[in-house]
Design a protein around this ligand. Structure first.
Ligand SMILES: C[S@@+](CC[C@H](N)C(=O)[O-])C[C@H]1O[C@@H](n2cnc3c(N)ncnc32)[C@H](O)[C@@H]1O
Length: 399
């Protein structure tokens, strides 16, 4: 079917009922969790109404290939990370995404919400699907994130934003306003500032409506005539409440300290803003398209518990490495039976260094047979012009 709207209504009509797998073990009250599996399977491990905030940054239907870059001394290895190409175009994409969006609903607490991060490729169709799943009245925000990326296009305005659709599980959703923006008034008084304050004495002769209004209010508040040292504006205290257009957070640039080499990595600051607004301080946050693990890093920084899932080995390896530092305890994937060459025999975490792979004999046999039967793009990488598999043998990159 090539009509995306018809595809959405057919999908929503035929959705299988989602239920947790047996006595679903997650969220674990004592640990954070990384799951290496398809996210539908990951969601089935989670109890009903147990998550405060779900952030999803799925493939965008961009028709592109994405990579993880590993910088080794002397050369850089590019490991295929995931492919965002869909047979049957947008309808095929929606057939993948819509059941996953619908499956999140069962997991959310009544006060919970979900944020789906998209761009112009598919946000319009996904919004229709989310309206059908949650109800248009539970659209909490449509956030525009202006990421500040240079682009050379001359036939249209350069694209410079993503769209984040936030829906709630019920009308009782949690939200904590973010008061982090400098007040817009501050720029009007740059020449008058004493520290970060505007004193009555520096502006008392100006016939500016804002100043006159503030003088009247302060006079009433203090119950006397103002003195030169009285504060009219204190910009340490006067902050603007964040609105739904984020313009102050830039994409993760190649040389950024937080950069992990994972294409499509999102800035931690963006996730921290969303998590602090939509989840309570002791809340549980989940991300089922976790990529490099940004949501886990942000949640840890804000003392929330987290559950991450991704089906890609590069994403899992990277998330484990990234989060081992900030979060000493996390569960190993209980269902992980595939090659575990990112965890050595003692359970220590290892990076995916093509040169350093040191497999146990049994792991080696598993990987070898997997390479023969399914030369997954996750098991081969590139050193310069040469493509090699995890054993360092010459190989070809799967299409
Ligand atoms: C846009 S990236 C996420 C990037 C992430 N937000 C970050 O900051 O690094 C999308 C991720 O979805 C994963 N993915 C795609 N389909 C999936 C599926 N069915 N189950 C689990 N993960 C999937 C890909 O492997 C990829 O890592």
């Amino acid at each position: 079917m090539n009509d995306p709207l018809a595809a959405i209504s057919a999908l929503l009509r035929d959705l299988p009922a989602t239920s947790p797998a047996g006595d679903a073990p997650l969220p674990d009250p004592d640990a954070n969790t990384i799951l290496h599996m398809d996210n539908l399977a990951a969601m089935s491990l989670i109890r009903d109404q147990s998550i405060d905030f779900i952030y999803l940054d799925p493939p965008f239907a961009s028709s592109a290939h994405y990579w993880r870059e590993i910088r080794l001394p002397g050369h850089t290895v590019r490991q295929p990370a995931y492919i965002d190409h869909w047979p049957n175009g947008l309808s095929g994409y929606l057939a993948f995404l819509v059941p996953r969006l619908a499956a999140t609903r069962r997991l959310l607490k009544p006060t919970g919400s979900i944020c789906v991060h998209l761009d112009t490729h598919s946000s319009h169709y996904v919004k229709v699907a989310l309206d059908a799943i949650f109800g248009p009245e539970l659209l909490v925000n449509e956030v525009v994130w202006r990421y500040g990326k240079m682009s050379n296009t001359s036939r249209r305005f350069p694209q410079n934003h993503d769209t984040l659709l936030v829906y709630a599980a019920s009308s009782d959703w949690y939200f904590e306003p973010v008061r982090n923006q400098p007040s817009e008034y501050r720029n009007r008084f740059l020449r008058d500032l004493t520290g970060n304050q505007v004193l009555y004495g520096s502006v008392k002769h100006r016939q500016d409506k804002l100043i006159l209004r503030r003088i009247a209010a302060r006079t009433k508040e203090l119950g006397r005539d103002l003195r030169d040292s009285d504060i009219l504006f204190d910009f340490d205290l006067e902050r603007k409440v964040q609105d739904d257009v984020f313009t102050d957070i830039s994409i993760v640039k190649g040389n950024a300290r937080e950069g992990t080499g994972y294409d499509t990595q999102k800035p931690q600051q963006l996730l921290e803003r969303l998590i602090s607004a939509y989840s309570p301080p002791d809340g549980v946050v989940a991300d089922f398209f976790c990529g490099s693990g940004t949501t886990g890093a942000a949640a840890s920084a804000l003392n929330r518990r987290w559950i991450l899932a991704d089906y890609g080995l590069p994403a899992i390896q990277l998330s484990r490495l990234r989060l081992a530092a900030s979060t000493p305890t996390f569960r190993r994937d209980p269902a992980l039976q595939s090659p575990t060459f990112d965890i050595d025999a003692t359970g220590a975490i290892r990076d995916y260094r093509l040169e350093e792979i040191d497999l146990s004999a049994s792991d080696e046999a598993i990987v070898a047979s997997q390479l023969e039967t399914d030369p997954s793009p996750l098991l081969v990488g590139r050193i310069g012009d040469i493509v090699i598999d995890v054993f360092g043998r010459e190989a070809t990159l799967p299409d």
